[in-house]
Structures are given as structure tokens and as C-alpha cells.
Design a protein around this ligand. Structure first.
Ligand code: NAP
Length: 475
């Protein structure tokens, strides 16, 4: 069995505690690796290594940083199959999705930010012929990056790439539930020639290692992706220390289907937006709202398509639905299915744990619940969607906006004016019209309301990881 180590100063080192805990394959329930149970001492070492590497790395020409990040992207791409397999075993997701989504998007993140820094510009203002004001952007120093388990390498690279591209050094804390591809990233960073200390990775529990990172006085910023409750704890630790903070949090995303939509496309895409990655994507559309005149047809066809999804071994190319990430998470999701029944919902498909080893749940559709039910208010983060009818545009918008979350939404209509009107009225950081999960890395990404604070993506990420300074020269 593999024993993982922290990646500090370019070397793989054991945790101070010399304690480890189990990494479990969620599809087989077998222990596959021992994870370092790191604490504040390990975080101190990683921050010290990052501090030592900062002067040279931040002074290196953008072209040098770019070349090294592009090399790392190439190495991830060259090892795509192995990484997809590792991600599938560690997370429970189908290998075909890891191959198509997770790993290619990690490659794209490194390539995008490696080249974005070559095209950065800063502003200058000629002030009434009396002064010239210009803006300098400096990297922040050592930054802390904390990521969740659902898209392990992809979300970690979403933070590491802009952080180090713009001249920072970093300490990353991946989710304790999915450490394997992060561990491999350390090896690939060495192979790419990323200088020791620029990227450091500390494994362990969020409440211990993650908390130590958010409280560390030498960490200038925290970029966090995870649940809203944890985000609040992270903010409580980081804010009094005046750290720059980016929070990408949970969602309860609406998927609004008007009767004039292309139903074939809306249903096929909604199957993906409901059940891809077992519904464990923050952007999944877990609340489907359908205009009443199309409701019965939609439900009938959506249920039929859901029943065709193949649940099984994540390593089988033909599998659509793999295992949920952990036993605790599976129990939480099953609890919400029971709650749906208690709240008066009808289970139109699925609803049960699959009778086999591993943490598998059938893709589940609930009908008959109103927007104020807990099942439509709380993030479930599993293969469970609700379908609710609405009467008109006003009600569709009210239903979509009826939670404390505001991460993303999809809407389906052929009416162009309505598409723009409704997109503007929905309280969400991203609204997809007649599509889902199409990404352009140049656009701002983040949540409204309790789905997050700050925006990442494109130059927004480079801005987050740098500090702007104004220089005013009297003419
Ligand atoms: P989580 O429990 O909030 O954990 C996220 C990360 O924070 C993990 O690395 C975790 O470590 C760490 N952590 C836990 N407690 C901490 C603390 N007190 N201080 C510092 N770090 C701490 O979230 P999750 O269950 O892994 O991920 C699912 C959630 O992420 C969902 O709510 C989903 O919507 C959200 N998400 C949001 C986005 C987005 O872009 N908005 C993207 C993906 C996922 P451990 O794992 O070791 O506890």
C-alpha cells in the first residue's frame, strides 16, 4: 500500500506526527493509501519553504515562469491516462469523465495561466497634465490554497496555476479524501523543473492542517473552494489576520426549462447537469423547474433517460454513474432521500443504495415538493434532483432565486428576449442559456449570496493573487 508524504521544498517528507490515516477507494471500500495526518508544524515547514523560494521566483521573468508551467501542463497531459485512473480510484468517479473533464481541464488551467501572464498589462492615467498615475501589480508572497474532493486535480490546479504564474509561492491543502493526484502533481512539478519551495503540498485533515494554514501569519491570502459552512470557518480565521480571501462555496443551482425549449437538448443536457460525477459538481443543476405545459412530457422523458444510466465500476469505460466519494457522504445523501419522502415528495426514479460493495446510490428524481422544502433549500451534492412545475416567467425567476445560494443556473428557451431577461434576473454568478458547463477561462467565475465571495478566472485570478500599487508622478 502506498504511503503518501507531504511535498515541502521539493522533497517528499513524513509528517512531524508520524501519524497516518486511511485513504479508501469508495467503489471497493478497500484502503488504498496512508495519508499523512499533518499539523501546524508541517504547515510551518511548508510556509518556511515557500517564503525561502519567494524572492527568486517572484523576480524570475514571466517568460521563465510561463515556460515551467507549460512544461508541467505537458507532463500532466502525457500522464493523462494514469492520472484519470488514479482520480477514478480515489474519488469514485467514472474514468471516462476523469479522462474527458478533470485531467484535460487541469492541463488547460496550467496552459491558460502560463500564457495569460505574458499578456498582462497595467493601467496608466495622465491626470490633467499635472501627474502620471500608473498601476504596478506585485505578487502577494506565500498564499494558501484549499480545495475539495469532487474535482481534485482540476480544482487544485485552478488555484495553483494562477498563484504561481503570477509570482507567488504556495502551500496547497487538498481534500483529505482525495490526495492521490495532488501527490503525483508534486512529482510532476519536480520533473518540470519548478524550483523547490514554489509549490508545497500538505496533506491532512481540514480542521487541523487546513485550519493551521488559514491562521498562519506568513500566509498573505487564502483561496478556498469547499462547502459554505467550512467557508464561514475559513473566513472567521482569515479575516482578523487581514488575509486576502477568495471563497468558492456551495450551490443549489436552478435548471429552468420553458415550454418553447428544444426539449431533446434540454433533457440530454439536464441528464448530465443532474448526474455527472454522481451530482458531485458544485455547478450541477439540482433543482429542475419546468413550465407547466411541458412538465408531464419532461418528467416522463427525463425519468426514462435516467433509468438508462449505467451504474457500476468507475474503471469501466461504459460506466456513467460511479460511487459517491465516501461512506459519510453517501449516508448524508440517503438521509436527504428519506427527508424527501417525509416532506411529501414522490420518488419518480432511483431512491436507493445500490446492492453491491462501495458507496453507490441510484440516480434519484423527486417530484411533488415545493421550493420551501429542505430538500430544495439545502445542498445535497449527490445524484438527487427535484422537478417542480412553474406557471410563468415571474414564477420561474422567483423559484430560481428562492435559496440562499447563488452559484450558477441554466435556462432553456428559444425566446431570445426572455433568455436575456431571465438571465439578468437570476441571482447566480454564472447563467448558462441552452447549455451547461461550457467554460471560457477568461470569464469571471464565482458565486453570489452564500455561494461565495470574490471572483476567479482569467485576469480576475491574476488580480486576486497580486496586489495593485498606484504610483503618482508629478509632471
Ligand atoms: P469542505 O468539507 O468544505 O472541504 C473543503 C476543503 O476544506 C477540504 O480540503 C477540507 O479538508 C478543508 N477544510 C475543512 N475544514 C477546514 C477548516 N476548518 N479550515 C480550513 N480548511 C478546512 O468541502 P467538501 O465536502 O470537500 O467539498 C464539497 C463542497 O465544495 C460542496 O459544498 C461544493 O458545492 C463545494 N464546491 C464549490 C465549488 C465552487 O467553485 N464554488 C467547486 C467545487 C466544490 P478535509 O477534506 O480534510 O476536511
Amino acid at each position: 500500500m502506498q504511503r503518501l508524504a507531504n511535498f515541502i521544498g521539493g522533497e517528499f517528507v513524513a509528517p512531524h506526527s508520524d501519524a497516518y490515516f486511511d485513504d479508501v477507494n469508495p467503489a471497493t471500500e478497500e484502503v488504498i493509501a496512508a495519508i499523512p495526518d499533518s499539523d501546524g508544524h508541517d504547515v510551518d515547514d511548508a510556509v518556511a519553504a515557500a517564503r525561502a523560494a519567494f524572492p527568486a521566483w517572484s523576480a524570475a521573468p514571466a517568460e521563465t515562469r510561463s515556460r515551467l508551467l507549460l512544461k508541467l501542463a505537458d507532463l500532466i497531459e502525457a500522464n493523462l491516462e494514469e492520472l484519470a485512473r488514479t482520480e477514478s480510484i480515489d474519488n469514485g468517479k467514472s474514468i471516462s469523465l476523469a479522462r474527458r473533464l478533470d485531467i484535460p481541464r487541469a492541463v488547460a488551467n496550467f496552459r491558460f495561466f502560463a500564457t495569460a501572464i505574458l499578456h498582462q498589462s497595467s493601467e496608466a492615467h495622465h491626470t490633467d497634465r499635472t501627474a502620471l498615475n500608473y498601476t504596478l501589480r506585485h505578487p502577494l508572497g506565500v498564499v494558501g490554497l484549499i480545495s475539495p474532493w469532487n474535482l481534485p486535480l482540476y480544482l487544485l490546479s485552478w488555484k495553483i496555476a494562477p498563484a504561481i504564474a503570477s509570482g507567488n509561492t504556495c502551500v496547497a491543502k487538498p481534500s483529505e479524501l482525495t490526495p492521490l493526484t495532488a501527490y503525483r502533481l508534486g512529482e510532476l512539478a519536480n520533473e518540470a523543473g519548478i524550483p523547490p519551495g514554489v509549490l508545497n503540498i500538505v496533506h491532512g485533515y481540514g480542521a487541523k492542517a487546513g485550519r493551521a494554514l488559514t491562521c498562519h501569519d506568513d500566509v498573505a491570502a487564502i483561496s478556498f473552494t469547499g462547502g459554505t459552512v467550512t467557508g464561514s470557518a475559513v473566513a472567521a480565521n482569515a479575516a482578523p489576520r487581514f488575509k486576502k480571501l477568495s471563497l468558492e462555496l456551495g450551490g443549489k443551482n436552478a435548471n429552468v426549462v420553458f415550454a418553447d425549449a428544444d426539449l431533446d437538448d434540454a433533457i440530454a443536457t439536464s441528464i448530465r447537469s443532474s448526474f455527472w460525477n454522481q451530482g458531485e459538481i458544485c455547478l450541477c443543476g439540482s433543482r429542475i423547474f419546468v413550465e407547466r405545459s411541458a412538465y408531464d412530457t419532461f418528467v416522463e422523458r427525463f425519468v426514462a433517460a435516467t433509468k438508462k444510466l449505467r451504474i457500476g465500476d468507475p474503471l469501466d469505460d461504459a460506466t456513467d454513474i460511479g460511487a459517491l466519494n465516501s461512506e459519510a457522504h453517501m449516508r448524508k445523501v440517503l438521509g436527504y432521500i428519506e427527508l424527501a419522502k417525509e416532506e411529501g415528495g414522490t420518488i419518480a426514479a432511483g431512491g436507493k443504495r445500490v446492492d453491491r460493495n462501495g458507496f453507490f446510490i441510484e440516480p434519484t428524481i423527486v417530484t411533488g415538493l415545493s421550493c420551501d422544502c429542505r430538500v430544495l433549500q439545502e445542498e445535497i451534492f449527490g445524484p438527487v434532483v427535484t422537478i417542480t412545475p412553474f406557471d410563468d416567467e415571474r414564477e420561474a425567476i422567483a423559484f430560481a432565486n428562492s435559496t440562499r445560494y447563488g452559484l450558477s443556473a441554466s435556462l432553456w428557451t428559444r425566446d431570445l428576449s426572455r433568455a436575456h431577461r431571465v438571465a439578468a434576473a437570476i441571482e447566480a454568478g454564472t447563467v448558462w442559456v441552452n447549455c451547461w458547463l461550457l467554460r471560457d477561462l477568461r470569464v469571471p467565475f464565482g458565486g453570489m449570496k452564500e455561494s461565495g465571495v470574490g471572483r476567479e478566472g482569467g485576469f480576475e485570478s491574476l488580480n486576486f493573487f497580486t496586489e495593485a500599487k498606484n504610483v503618482c508622478v508629478k509632471l
